[in-house]
Each structure stands twice: as C-alpha cells, then as structure tokens.
Design a protein around this ligand. Structure first.
Ligand code: NCD
Length: 302
C-alpha cells in the first residue's frame, strides 16, 4: 500500500487539517523535545525557483531531526532521460522516505507518488496545488481569529494561475469559511464559482465586508500574453493602497503568500498597516511543515 502523501488539501479531512494546525501551534509554543523524524531521510527536489518554501521546508526538516538531502534539478538524472518512476525507485532503494517536490508541471508530484514507496509532499506544482501554503494561511487565520469557520476571506488577483488560491479554496471551504474570489474575467473566469465560493469583480465593494484579504501575485511566467491584463489597469482596479485599506474593517487582516510585487498588487502603505500579516505567515510555515512531516511519517500521536 502506498504511504500517505500530501499532494493537495483534499488528501486531508477537516479533522486532519485541524490536527495539523493544533500540532503546529504546539510546536510554535514549545519546540518538540524528541527528534520526531530521527533517521528518516528527506530529499528536497525543487525544479522551480523558491526562497520561502524551500528554506521553510529545510528548517522544518532540521527541527524534526530528519537527515536532509537537497537535490538540485540540474543534478538529477531526470535531465538525462530517466523517468520519474525510475527516479522514485532509485531514491526509495537508498532509503529515502520523504520527497518534498516543487515542479512547474501540474501533476508532477502525483506521478512521483505513484512510483515512490514513501511519502511525497507537494511544495507547489504548476498552477495546480500548494497544500502547505494553504495550511500556513489557515494557521494564520486560526491564530488571529481563534477559528476559521464563518470567516469571510477574499482572494484577490490572478486566481486562474494560482496554486495557492486553488489549495486555499479547498482548505477554507473544508473549515467552513466563506470564500470570495476577486479579479478580472481574464484571471478569474466565471466558471470558478461554486458552492460557498462567490465571484466578485469589484474589489472596493467587498472590502468593508471581509475579515481577511489574501493578495496574490500575477503569475506572469504562467500566463499567455493574450490574457495578461495591462498592469496599469490591473493596479487601478485591484491594487491594495491607502484608500482601499481605509475601507477594511478595523479587525481585518491582509495576507500575501509572497513573493509580492511592490506597486502592482500592493503599495508601501500596506506594509505599515496594522493588519499586514505576511511575517506571521512565513513564520507559521515552518511549524506547519514540521507538523505535516510528523503527521505523514508518524501518524497521529495520542
Ligand atoms: C507562491 C508559489 O510559489 O506558489 N509562493 C510561495 O510558495 N510562498 C506564490 C507565487 O509564486 O506567487
């Protein structure tokens, strides 16, 4: 039987998600004493640029005591024609138990997981999924508000090409939040609406009603130029700036998965605003990833 992997948030029940968030909170308050992943070998296989996610996983792996190998994409034999399946078999034969992977192709971690006798963690695949980012976002909301259920959360910008948005929608719905997707037609087709997920084109109109805003980067590297909106138009309609900040409720928070593009999806005023939670998100990422590693490898502890 294949071991448990985390490829997207629909691999987890709402119970599992709550368990991981609780565990991450505990790790935040008091670092785990024992080496939870002692003698477990983890390979980090990243085929796409990453500052936050790569470093965050590496730190999390160290904090749970794993043995870590970073395999730079240029050094893997996938470039020499080896199949994903053969790479998976090879790594498993050396005793690798966990592969954390990021890849520009949607579905890559799924194909790896089919052949790998161990756990695969998706650290971002194409425009498809980024489950640990969604978990750290959920932890940020839960820490701020004491709950996720019933919160009104708006995701703003390039929803269509965003793996962060896709995984967040699953997680937010699982935990009972109300989701509003905000963006222009080209970056947010009407077809993305579904139960519990509302589509809005007018950012100004929804600002006074939300508890949290999640800003997203325009994924230029994944967008066909035909649908790329003019950045001026985009900024005029969707950039968070001082007048828009003033329309938020006093308790509302502003999140961004990073990397952010100053002047496009936000202005400098956002960094000084009381609701800006980017630093907390990044910090939560380490604890969430420790909790995910522990959950996959060791299961639930009593
Ligand atoms: C995101 C990603 O790579 O999916 N960043 C992240 O992991 N924190 C978002 C992005 O690239 O815009």
């Amino acid at each position: 039987m294949p071991e448990r992997s985390l490829l997207d948030l629909d691999d987890l029940s709402s119970d599992d998600i709550i368990y991981i968030l609780d565990r991450a909170t505990r790790f935040h308050v008091a670092p785990p004493e024992r080496n939870l992943l002692r003698d477990i070998c983890v390979v980090n296989l990243f085929f796409e640029a990453s500052t936050r996610t790569f470093t965050s996983f590496a730190i999390a792996e160290q904090r749970v005591g794993a043995d870590i190998v970073a395999l730079p994409p240029g050094s893997s034999s996938l470039g020499k024609g080896e199949t994903i399946a053969d790479t998976a078999i090879t790594l498993a034969a050396m005793g690798v138990r966990v592969i954390v992977t990021r890849h520009p192709e949607s579905g890559f971690p799924y194909r790896l997981a089919e052949s790998f006798d161990g756990h695969v963690i998706n650290a971002g695949d194409g425009r498809h999924a980024h489950p640990t980012q969604a978990l750290l976002d959920l932890l940020t909301l839960a820490t701020e508000f004491g709950r996720v259920a019933g919160l009104k959360v708006a995701l703003v910008g390039d929803i269509l090409h965003s793996r962060v948005a896709r995984s967040n929608v699953i997680g937010l719905r699982r935990l009972g939040a109300e989701v509003i997707l905000v963006g222009p037609q080209t970056l947010l087709p009407d077809a993305m609406a579904r139960e519990g997920v509302r589509i809005e084109r007018d950012l100004d109109a929804i600002l006074p009603e939300v508890d949290a805003l999640m800003l997203l980067r325009i994924q230029r590297e994944r967008i066909a130029s035909a649908v790329l909106p003019s950045l001026d138009d985009y900024a005029r309609n969707y950039r968070l700036d001082a007048p828009r900040l003033a329309k938020l409720q006093p308790h509302a928070i502003v999140m961004h998965p990073g990397p952010y593009n100053r002047g496009i999806e936000l202005t400098e005023e956002v960094f000084a605003s009381s609701g800006w939670r980017y630093v907390q998100q990044v910090s939560h990422g380490v604890y969430v990833r420790m909790a995910v590693l522990d959950f996959l490898v060791n299961g639930r502890s009593a």
